[in-house]
Design a protein around this ligand. Sequence first.
Ligand code: ACO
Length: 365
Amino acid sequence: MDQFKKGLEGVVALDTQISFIDGVQGILKYRGIEIEKLVDLSYDAVSYLLIYGKIPDAGELNRFSKKLRKERNVNLHLLNMLKFCDFENESLDVLRTAISVYAHFDEDPHDISEQANARKTIRLIALFPTIVAAFYRMAHGLELIPPDPSLSHGENFLYMLRGTLPTALEAEAMEKDFILSAEHELNPSTFALRITASTLSDLHSAIISGLCTLKGSLHGGARKGVMDMLDDIGSPDNIAAYVQEHLEHKQKIMGFGHRVYKTYDPRALIYKDIAMKVAMEKSNGHWFDLAKEIESVMYHEMVENKHKPIYPNVDFYSGVLYKDLGIPSYLATSVFAIGRISGWIAHCMEQYSDNRVIRPRAHFI
Ligand code: ACO
């Protein structure tokens, strides 16, 4: 009872083979492979790696992708249900509700055997983009676009969202976004769902725990926070006042800081590069330039106040990228979840395979 760390900072809660972070050097590896080497693969291949522990060979990838593409069509009952959702809501609330309802249509909702979970894995990964795109189109009174099995995970999502094919660069950026968002060790949402899985609750229930936890503004909700902040700031002239006022009032600047990284988040570096390329193709670079200037002002504020530097995290330049891809901010946390689902599933499988219920103690005061 004498080991107490507020927020469990630095506490090691379990062993994992899924990912590794060196927060001092700025290294992230999925299954022992640096993120920089994985970002050029497909999301399907990276999902396979996370869940099954190896990069698939051509045959394995082909079978896995085929199954995913077949499961992209969503039960119509489920989509009709979405019509009753409040479209003013954060879309994550709708995704969470949709997954909860979808669990009732599953043939084996309570079965946590390896076989049942393998089937659910495919359905869940395939389903997330279809639900998010459907929600967006319903919210705008647009006709739903059926998935196209000839397209990659990222390209198909943008196609279902917009009803037109994205450019090659946009499709590549979306695919990379899903890969970079896919996994990050024992972050809050992954910890939450491992706790749920550790009670031997089912996969859908565990994923819903993850969704509820991702939503918060200190976690995945920060991506939406970054997009809203860019709108609020609007012009480079307003950056200094915005940053100073927030720091003075001890308010967080969204998309900066990290519990584990004490240096630049390696995902943020990759996002910065992709966001810049898309900004050059799509716009006059307004959002990207604004973000770069916010980063510079943050850095100088920290130096001037003799505070250790606080660097951009995964949500900063991904927020910029979403703006140039035309993804609205209320959709941002759900789009994050589309990528994160494969890491979440890998963690559930790892928990089920060597389970001990997660039950820490509290210090009574
Ligand atoms: N803006 C301003 N100051 C910050 C920020 C920030 N974004 N992040 C950290 N700090 C400051 C704190 O005020 C604190 O300063 P102090 O030492 O003078 O008191 C110091 O840095 C340490 O910050 P903590 O909040 O104690 O760090 P913690 O590890 O608890 O929190 C967190 C990490 C939640 C990510 C925090 O940096 C934050 O709130 N960032 C903004 C929200 C965000 O972008 N979240 C996404 C994280 S990535 C993800 O979850 C997908």
